[in-house]
Design a protein around this ligand. Sequence first.
Ligand code: SF4
Length: 125
Amino acid sequence: MDIVCIVCPKSCRITAAPGNPPVITGNSCKRGYQFALDELTAPKRTVCTTVRTVFPDAPVLPVKTSAEIPKDRIFDLMREINAFTLETRVGTGEAVIPDALGLGADVIATSDLLKETIPEGENDR
Ligand code: SF4
């Protein structure tokens, strides 16, 4: 399989073939080797997206997973995120959906948008 390493901006083009041991060429460093090995066996990704909120001043909030999740679970996670509405004013790094899908990664806020401007009359929830 031909892949582009996404670990750093150098974007090395790597060729990876299963075997014992797998044959991996084109990587410039060990991290690239590990990325290619993971792509062959159990590809993972960090998911960045937005979640809907109940707050009119910020109807959507940027979020990401706190760790990489299996690539084949991304659509399941997006279904959970799309069905979710945030009702608490959280800030950067705070959990929006703890342990999403039981995968061991939280969906966390990547913005302080909801904490920066709290409309007058609204208590901090
Ligand atoms: S192989 Fe190493 S240098 Fe190349 S893109 Fe991946 S992490 Fe960066």
